[in-house]
Design a protein around this ligand. Structure first.
Ligand SMILES: [Mn+2]
Length: 365
């Protein structure tokens, strides 16, 4: 029996432009999640840890960051096996040439396609040496006649998986075809298990250990894997390591009650202090709704780890622009009327009308 922790895509050093000062905190969370991963391995007394690619965002990350990662991995209670991925491939000057690795005696960075025997198991590592390739990185593996548990390590896109960065293709039956009990994958940021039709799931992505963007499903985990013996179906269990949640709320407004319910929803959302919230609203809004928008804006800005609103898709409710008629006769009412009928981009018109409305409100206050 072997029990190990499988993780990938730590993307240490990722840029996170657009998050301002929060970028540094988000980067820091990736290191904290790495420490939690090692703690989970220790609590579960794993035999080893597999890191299947993209440990680093790229080969030009700050050298001090490499040292930090080495320091974390050095503290693991067991051996750590790493393959370079497409973000950190084995090229001259790569992160893997840094001297700090020499001090990590429990860490093995694979540099070639060659079986690596362990007590009770054999690893088949597929390190990447280029950013992009149309070749299947697992094609060299022939473990059909192996008597010990056979485990592959590869980084690439499983055929049919909805991965944005499509390269290093891996057939859906790669594990079964090459005689592997388990093929530990990296590249996709969501947890997923694949199997050849009608057989056990022998290929899996653990997903990134800490979410990297909005729209990722099931990220923020590591996988605990147990294999009883050669040929046995692996048991793959995701364990939470991520601290941050990336949440998108995308709602269409049709009644003024809708804004109130969104306001209540974001006021009551759990774990706001560790949530990055992107709130997008579209539909129609009445002038009174504008005040609700201000309330929503305030809650998003104050309650959440990070928050952004996009109200660009809101248009004034066509049935209610009575406020324009109530403006004092003269330039303001004229501007309101002209905006209402102007043949300009509807988003620009909405924004201008709402601005006009709040200017008047402000002046009256
Ligand atoms: Mn990748």
């Amino acid at each position: 029996m072997v029990r190990f922790l499988h993780t990938a895509d730590w993307q240490i050093g990722m840029k996170l432009t657009g998050f301002g000062a929060m970028g540094e905190r988000i980067r820091g969370e990736r290191l904290s999640a790495a420490e939690r991963a090692l703690q989970i391995a220790q609590e579960n007394r794993t035999d080893f840890i597999l890191i299947t690619g993209d440990l680093f965002e790229d080969n030009s990350v700050d050298r001090a960051l490499i040292q930090k990662v080495v320091d974390i991995l050095k503290r693991a209670h067991c051996p750590v096996f790493i393959i370079p991925g497409n973000h950190d491939p084995l090229v001259p000057g790569s992160v893997w040439e840094d001297r700090s690795w020499q001090a990590a005696e429990n860490v093995v960075v694979f540099r070639e396609n060659a079986p690596y025997p362990l007590p009770g198991a054999v690893l088949y590592p597929c390190p990447l040496a280029e950013k992009q390739s149309a070749k299947d990185p697992t094609a060299w593996i022939h473990a059909e006649d192996e008597e010990r548990i056979a485990i592959g390590l590869a980084h690439g896109s499983v055929e049919g998986a909805p991965i944005g960065e499509w390269d290093h293709p891996i057939p859906r039956d790669a594990a079964a075809r090459s005689g592997l009990d388990y093929l530990a994958l990296g590249h996709w940021h969501s947890f997923a298990v694949f199997g050849a039709e009608g057989s056990a799931g022998r290929m899996a992505y653990p997903g990134t250990h800490e979410a990297t963007s909005f729209g990722e499903r099931d990220s923020g985990n590591v996988s605990l894997v147990e294999i009883d013996g050669r040929g046995a179906a692996p048991s793959v269990t995701p364990v939470r390591t991520g601290a941050l949640s990336w949440v998108t709320v995308d709602e269409r407004i049709s009644r003024s009650d809708d804004l109130q319910s969104i306001l209540s929803r974001i006021r009551e959302m759990e774990n706001a202090e560790s949530t990055l919230l992107k709130l997008q609203l579209s539909g129609f809004i009445t002038p009174e709704g504008r005040e609700r928008l201000d309330d929503i804006e305030r809650v998003v800005a104050s309650r959440f780890f990070w928050g952004a609103t996009d109200f660009g898709g809101l248009a004034p409710a066509p049935e209610d622009d009575s406020w324009i008629e109530e403006l004092p006769p003269g330039v303001l009412r004229e501007v309101g009327k002209r905006l209402r009928t102007a043949s300009i981009d509807s988003r620009v018109r909405t924004k201008a009308l709402l601005e006009l409305y709040s200017l008047i409100k402000e002046a009256r206050a």
